[in-house]
Write a protein that binds this ligand. Sequence first.
Ligand SMILES: Cc1cc2nc3c(=O)[nH]c(=O)nc-3n(C[C@H](O)[C@H](O)[C@H](O)COP(=O)(O)O)c2cc1C
Length: 226
Amino acid sequence: MKTSPETHVPLTGFPVYTASEMQARAAAFHDTMSSRRSVRQFSDKPVDRAVIEACIRTAARAPSGANHQPWFFACVGSAQKKREIRLAAEAEERAFYSGKAGEDWLEALAPIGTDADKPYMETAPWLICIFAQRRGGVQAGEDRKNYYIHESVGIATGLLIAACQMAGLATLVHTPNPMAFLNGICGRPETEKPFLILVAGHPADGAVVPKHALIKKPLEAIASWL
Ligand SMILES: Cc1cc2nc3c(=O)[nH]c(=O)nc-3n(C[C@H](O)[C@H](O)[C@H](O)COP(=O)(O)O)c2cc1C
């Protein structure tokens, strides 16, 4: 690796914990994330924009290909825009559920119980529409090719979901298929591809989740130690 005082600075501020502190912190974070559920019944209780801003700042600390940070978060809180997004999403979803998805996909989704109706898109206080930028660069306004775009935006989205959970916000990843309508509604250029919509807010009283979603693979099935 090539380093020099002109191009590199000392690593500072990195936390140091004892082995038992590390275990406790890892376990505490696991506890927090264990209560995350995809929620599809939201209350209309407002959530301060400052909370969403802090969560997006966290998402933006994600690693990214060549540090180009190829993401954009259009945070939709206005009732009118949320309605536009709901109507456009439901139109796509009606086609999806009435056959476009294919039998296998619909069969895989059946235990979750989803259908084309998405009332939560208007009820929840925030729809965070995440875009993946095909072009950009490390400085805002640059127009260079971006690399590992989906990996980078996926990691940022994971951090965003974790940040929301830490803040006490319920979330839902929603992916109407296709979702090109989001560019027009959110005023984003064609060089950006809608990645997903993260619905965020408080769960409705009496909200339920599918039993199917509670099935999580054990560690032995998802990790090996070599
Ligand atoms: C890429 C992706 C797309 C998803 N799309 C939808 C969606 O369009 N609608 C929906 O209700 N849930 C969607 N989900 C949520 C999954 O159904 C959910 O994560 C899964 O059932 C597990 O439940 P859990 O998140 O509560 O653990 C999506 C999740 C991911 C990661």
